[in-house]
Design a binder for this molecule. Structure first.
Ligand code: HAM
Length: 416
C-alpha cells in the first residue's frame, strides 16, 4: 500500500470544511484592505530562493526541496511566498507606474524539509500579503493591522504581536559589526553551524536552534541599540500608530526572523508565547536583489495549519454545516427521471440536495435521509406525479404538505 509522505496531510471532511470557513473570512478581510488575489507556481528556479531568502539561512541550507528537472534545470518547490511574488512583480515590471501601492494576497501550499511535529509540516499552507511601493511607516502599520485582525476575526483574541526593528542599511551594518565583535571570543563555544554562520552572516547565529538557550546568544547585543536616528524615529512612529489602532504588541529585541531579506520592521504573531502563528516585516532591498529597481515593500504570512490548531486548542467554535436541505427518494424509472430533474433544479437554486444514485431500496434511502441529516424529504410517487404534485415533509416536525411540483423552489424559499 502506498501511503502519504511524511509531513503531509490529506485534507477532507470536517478539516476541509474548517479550512473553507477560514479561507472565506480571510479572503473577505483582504478584500476590505484592497488586496488582490495572486497565485504563483509551486516550483521556481532554485536561484530565486537562494538569492532572496539567503544562502546561510536554515531554509536554504537544510529545508528546501531541490531537484533537477528533465531539462537539467535546478528547481525548488516553493518554501515561502515572498520571493515568488517579488519575482512576479519584477517580471511584469509593475514598478513602472507606481502611483499607488501594489497589494496582493495569497493562499498557497509551501514545502520545507523539516522534522514533522505538531504544527510543523513538510507541506503546509500560508496565507500571505505583500505590499509594494510605499516606504512610509503607514504601510507597515497597515500590514500589521491586517495580520492582527485576521487572527481576531478567526476568534483568536489573545494574540500578541512581537515587534522589533532591524533598521536601515547603516543600522544593520552597525549591528553586524557589533555582533562580530561580541561573538568572536565565544565562537568556539557555539555549534559548528554557528561557526560557519559567524563567517558568512553572524545575524543568523541569533536564530540557531541548537544554541538557542545558550547565555552567549541570550546576552548578544540588541538591534535597537544600533539603530541610527532615522531608523529609531521610524520605529517609534510605528509604535504610535499601533497604539492608535489598539494593536496588542510587545517589543522583542531578539526577534530577527529566519530569512535574510528584512530591514526596519520585523514582527511575529503568537499566542501565549507558543510557536509563531505568522511572521513578516519590511524588505526594501528584495526587489533590487531580484533585478528590479529599488522598491520598498512590506508583508506578512500566516501559517494556516498552525492557526487552525490554535483555534481548536483554544476552543474557538468553527461552524461546520453537517446537514443537507432536501433528500429526494425515488424507486421507479419515471420517479428517478423526476428526481434527476428536481435535484438539479434545487441545486441551481441554492439548496443542498441529495438523491439516490445507487439504486437503493426505499428503506435504505430513508436511512440516507437520516445520515445526511436532511431538513426536508420528498418521496416521489408516480401516481401523485400524474397530477404534477409532490409531497414534501419537514424531517424535524414530521409535518407534510402536498404541493405543485413547480412551486417547490418557492416553497423552500419561504420555509428555510
Ligand atoms: P516564515 O516565518 O518563514 O515567514 O513563515 C511564516 C509562517 O508560516 C510561520 O510563522 C508559521 O506559522 C508558518 N510555517 C512556517 N513553516 C512551517 C511548517 N513547516 N509547518 C507549518 N507552518 C509553518 C515567511 O515565510 C515569509 N515569507 C513571511 C513574509 C511575507 N515576510 C514578508 N512577507
Amino acid at each position: 500500500m502506498i501511503t502519504k509522505q511524511k509531513g503531509t496531510n490529506d485534507i477532507y471532511g470536517d478539516a476541509a470544511k474548517k479550512r473553507t470557513y477560514i479561507n472565506d473570512i480571510l479572503a473577505a478581510l483582504c478584500e476590505k484592505y484592497n488586496y488582490g488575489y495572486i497565485e504563483t507556481p509551486v516550483f521556481e528556479a532554485s536561484e530565486l530562493f537562494h538569492r532572496s531568502v539567503g544562502e546561510e539561512t536554515d531554509m536554504v541550507q537544510k529545508e528546501t526541496y531541490d531537484f533537477k528537472d528533465r531539462g537539467d534545470r535546478s528547481i525548488t518547490l516553493r518554501p515561502e511566498g515572498t520571493a515568488p511574488v517579488v519575482r512576479w512583480f519584477v517580471e511584469n515590471k509593475l514598478y513602472g507606474n507606481l502611483t499607488d501601492p501594489v497589494k496582493v494576497f495569497y493562499n498557497m501550499k509551501m514545502y520545507r524539509y523539516e522534522r514533522p511535529q505538531s504544527g510543523r509540516m513538510r507541506e503546509f499552507t500560508q496565507w500571505g500579503f505583500e505590499c509594494f511601493g510605499s516606504s512610509d511607516v503607514m504601510s507597515d502599520a497597515e500590514v500589521i493591522s491586517l495580520a492582527y485582525n485576521a487572527y481576531r476575526l478567526l476568534g483568536l483574541d489573545d494574540i500578541v504581536v512581537e515587534l522589533n526593528s532591524l533598521g536601515d542599511k547603516e543600522s544593520r551594518q552597525n549591528y553586524h559589526d557589533a555582533l562580530v565583535k561580541y561573538f568572536e571570543p565565544h565562537i568556539h563555544d557555539l555549534c559548528e553551524d554557528c561557526q560557519e554562520r559567524f563567517k558568512k552572516n553572524p545575524l543568523r547565529i541569533l536564530d540557531c536552534k541548537v544554541d538557542a538557550e545558550s547565555s552567549i546568544i541570550k546576552n548578544a547585543p540588541k538591534t535597537l541599540d544600533y539603530l541610527n536616528e532615522e531608523s529609531k524615529s521610524r520605529y517609534e512612529r510605528l509604535k504610535e500608530l499601533l497604539d492608535m489602532m489598539d494593536i496588542n504588541y510587545i517589543e522583542n529585541t531578539r526577534l530577527v526572523r529566519g530569512l535574510d531579506y528584512y530591514n526596519h520592521t520585523v514582527f511575529e504573531i503568537s499566542l501565549n508565547g507558543s510557536y509563531a502563528l505568522g511572521g513578516g516585516g519590511r524588505y526594501n532591498g528584495l526587489v533590487e536583489t531580484l533585478d528590479g529597481p529599488e522598491t520598498p515593500a512590506v508583508g506578512f504570512a500566516m501559517g494556516l495549519d498552525r492557526c487552525l490548531l490554535a483555534m481548536e486548542e483554544n476552543g474557538v467554535n468553527i461552524p461546520i454545516n453537517d446537514s443537507i436541505d432536501v433528500y429526494i427518494l425515488s424507486v421507479s424509472e419515471t420517479e428517478k427521471e423526476t428526481a434527476c430533474y428536481l435535484t438539479q433544479e434545487l441545486r441551481l437554486n441554492g439548496f443542498i440536495t441529495e438523491t439516490d444514485t445507487m439504486n437503493k431500496s426505499l428503506k435504505s434511502q430513508f436511512k440516507s435521509v437520516d445520515r445526511f441529516n436532511s431538513k426536508y424529504l420528498i418521496v416521489l410517487n408516480d401516481e401523485e406525479l400524474k397530477t404534477n404534485k409532490i409531497t414534501i415533509k419537514d424531517n424535524k416536525t414530521k409535518e407534510e404538505e402536498s404541493i405543485n411540483i413547480n412551486d417547490l423552489v418557492d416553497y423552500l424559499d419561504m420555509h428555510m
